[in-house]
Design a protein around this ligand. Sequence first.
Ligand code: ZN
Length: 394
Amino acid sequence: MSFDGARTAGASGGRPERAIGRANGGALAPGLKNGAAPPPTYLTHRLRLNPNSDHRPDNYEDLDLEFSPLIFSSLERYLPPNLLHQARDVKLNYMREILLRYYPENERIRLQKHREYRQKIISNYQRLHLGLYNMHPTNFFVPSFLKAINENTEQAFRNIMSEPSPGIFTFEMLQPRFCEMLLAEVENFEKWVHETKFRIMRPSTMNKYGAVLDDFGMKNMLEKLMEDFIRPMSKVFFPEVGGSNLDSHHGFVLEYGIDRDVDLGFHVDDSEVSLNVCVGKQFSGGELFFRGVRCDKHVNTETQPEEIFDYSHVPGHAVLHRGRHRHGARATTSGNRINLLLWCRSSVFRESKKYQKDFSSWCAECQRDKKERQRQSVAAIKMDLLRREGQTAT
Ligand SMILES: [Zn+2]
């Protein structure tokens, strides 16, 4: 099978989940004492590639910042050594400078607009199942999943999971009752959209249907889903793509069927780790096809035979994979299928990626390149040795 190339499915609703208004009118800049060295900036001091795991980060929760306090605490472990023990303000300023590069002026205006859009929906849309909007683990998840999360060990996770192809994990997750409620809520939401002719943003650049759950009130619940349930597993299975410091998400449902989106082209997600759970209902077709993990540079390279893997959805069951694992969904040929998706992102991983060229810890093509370089250097050494032996012999 050949593809035109894998696209990156972008979130049309925008990436940022955490922004909460500009803080303190920029009053955070640490005062410069006469003769003191200028404060470190990201131009002169780069982040470390690996976190300092012994370091205990400061707490940023008392500050009213435009980024989540969690982002600062997790980013702090990556500070250059000479910054680690500086005053909190100095560290904060350095990290803000880095983070703000993600949010230029027009981006911040767009964010503000998105907040207003979200507020408009939340204050007008009448919720059907209030129980969905706050995390109730025992109502949402099957006991086996809860048990594994509580035990929080690799073995406990492996006990409930299969890994049918490297880096693709499947497991039973959602209670049938939760699935029913979510289906009804989405239907209710679509009905409201239709009746009020409210112009909503669809979940990604690749879908005409579906709804962003974060936009109609489920943001906090999904945030908890990421922090307390997905991150512990990602920490074990996807540490090399920021799995242990996932700090923002994009949560949505996709609706497939003859009268909805039919299929989804070959793409990679705008996420580090993606959770994809089938919510229902009756359908045929709609299989996911996976074709290997790739970095940006290698996203359109050929698929190796061992990377080909197809997966058929089972209601209530989840698939967990790296966002860069190339995939698509085949046509749903009859019935309707609704899937819950949670794209989990790590700001730390995204920042550190900028300084790297070799992603052989997760990109299969980078890995092949690296092996080839090693093979060539071994061959060169051998040649050199043989030549020297030849010289000694004569
Ligand atoms: Zn690569």
